[in-house]
Write a protein that binds this ligand. Structure first.
Ligand code: TYD
Ligand code: MG
Length: 455
């Protein structure tokens, strides 16, 4: 059988181009053994159907991971017997995070096995020194043969096991090089089996491919119980741990960390962290209360418009969706009369954050208009709202959470879409300025020269 290494598509003959995912030269010959079908169609495996109402609820005991931010993403802590995959780009800090978690958990549960197929014991010791980790109860094993790993796990019987990079593990009885789909899938299945049988949690790391998936979509993610992504821009020190799949909790939680000289530290007050260099009343700069998972997070959006009379105007989007920027530019041109056709526009989310929710639309629009008219936003302003193609402002979710966070950080007014109901928060703390269109929002949110904006 030939298997596409990108998406896992199987084919009986070799193909140069995968008809499923479009990858070139991705098929690798793989030997598989077929399960023998039982001749009888009716057989029992010993499992019986049970009425759900008669099943007693068991609480999953959770292990404290040593980091509140990690616990939050996991839904309260690490569940025994669960297989957790931490994915991310190389160099983002997966090994660092797992080493820190291991060391923190070794304070309470011992022993802990840390298996690395990527680093030698000296390299890990060096990192541990840098992180000021002593390493008591933490057993390191450099190994890539998964059968050997499992044997060591049997012997050590750890309370937690870490396997650093599933892509480096291999099994002799499976064809394909380490990192190939067949190997990765089979290694993960064996670890999953071991975790469940021994009721021990296992954390594994996985590198993401260029397309942003871990070893091909659907191959690993449906085997493991929890999938977390560790993300961040290489030039920025902040890192976000995001839940993508969680059999024991919700997936819309994030943990925020900062990578420093001595490893990762939790960021307990992310809004303050991201606004640390914000100056109230700067031209082209607007604060937006976004949501990261269910947590509100204030971010600063900056825009710069410069005349360009020589070529087609350029648009640059850092941290916001490029197509969203084009849409907002079009709406501003058509609905508010901003002459942007000969302007280069650069939009930037400070701190290296990437925000995809449409609730920041009005923030982008206000920042662009502010820069275009050289008009300051009114003092202590945050803005909020999705922009529609007709220039209307659309409602966003969880307004109260967002506004409360703005109040907490001392913002004084908030331009937002028309409210249907009264918000349950202290109206004296912040002035809520409702607007039904972008035009109205710009007039209310900017200090001067807005007279030119058309009705
Ligand atoms: P690492 O955990 O090796 O990444 P991954 O396992 O995801 O490939 O992290 C490597 C990067 O983290 C490296 O570029 C250096 C940086 N780093 C720090 O900035 N501070 C630290 O204390 C440590 C240990 C690493
Ligand atoms: Mg690593």
């Amino acid at each position: 059988m030939f298997v596409c290494q990108q998406c896992g598509k199987e084919s009986l003959k070799w193909l140069g181009h995968c008809p499923n995912c479009g990858a070139w030269n991705s098929f690798v010959e793989t030997t598989t053994t077929l399960f023998r079908r039982s001749s009888s169609l009716l057989y029992s495996t010993g499992n019986e159907p049970r009425e759900l109402s008669h099943v007693e609820k068991i609480a999953f005991p959770r292990l404290h991971s040593g980091f509140n931010e990690v616990n939050r993403v996991l839904g309260g802590g690490l569940v025994r017997g669960s297989l957790v995959l931490v994915g991310g780009e190389p160099g983002i800090g997966k090994s660092t995070l797992l080493l820190q978690i291991s060391a923190a958990m070794a304070e309470t549960i011992r022993p802990i096995a840390y298996i690395s197929g990527e680093e030698s014991i000296d390299q890990v010791k060096l990192r541990a020194e840098r992180l000021s980790l002593e390493g008591k109860g933490l057993y390191f094993l450099p190994e890539t043969n998964l059968s050997a790993v499992l044997e060591h796990l049997e012997r050590l019987s750890p309370s937690l096991a870490v396997v650093d990079s599933i892509q480096t593990m291999y099994l002799e009885d499976v064809s394909g090089a380490p990192g190939s789909i067949g190997q990765v899938r089979e290694c993960t299945l064996r670890l999953e089996y071991w975790a469940k049988r021994n009721n021990v949690p296992i954390l594994i790391t996985g590198h993401v491919t260029k397309e942003g998936a871990i070893a091909g979509p659907g191959t690993l993610e449906h085997i493991v119980d929890v999938v977390l992504y560790f993300e961040g821009e290489p030039f920025s020190s902040y890192r976000v741990l995001r839940g993508v799949k969680n059999r024991f909790g919700s997936t819309n939680e994030v943990g925020i960390f900062e990578m420093g000289n001595s490893g990762l530290t939790e960021v307990e007050n992310p809004s303050q962290f991201f606004l640390s260099q914000y100056k109230d009343g700067a031209i082209g700069s607007v604060v937006v209360p976004t949501l990261e998972g269910s947590r509100p997070l204030l971010v600063e959006i900056q825009a710069l418009t410069t005349p360009n009379n020589f070529g087609p105007p350029r648009r640059t989007a850092n941290g916001v969706d490029f197509n969203r920027l084009l849409l907002i530019t079009a709406v501003l041109t058509k609905r508010t009369g901003l002459k942007l056709f000969n302007q280069d526009i650069i939009v930037n989310v400070t701190g290296g954050l990437r925000i995809s929710e449409p609730a920041i639309d009005l923030g982008i629009a206000t920042a662009i208009a502010s820069s275009f008219y050289s008009s300051k936003p009114i003092a202590g302003l945050v803005v909020l709202g999705e922009v529609g193609l007709n220039g209307e402002l659309r409602r966003v979710s969880q307004i109260e959470r967002r506004v409360t966070e703005a109040v907490r950080l001392g913002f004084k007014s908030c331009v937002l879409p028309k409210l249907e109901t009264r918000l349950s928060l202290g109206y004296t703390d912040i002035q809520l300025i409702e607007a039904s269109s972008v035009v109205e929002a710009l007039k209310l949110g900017l200090t001067k020269k807005v007279g030119r904006i058309k009705e």
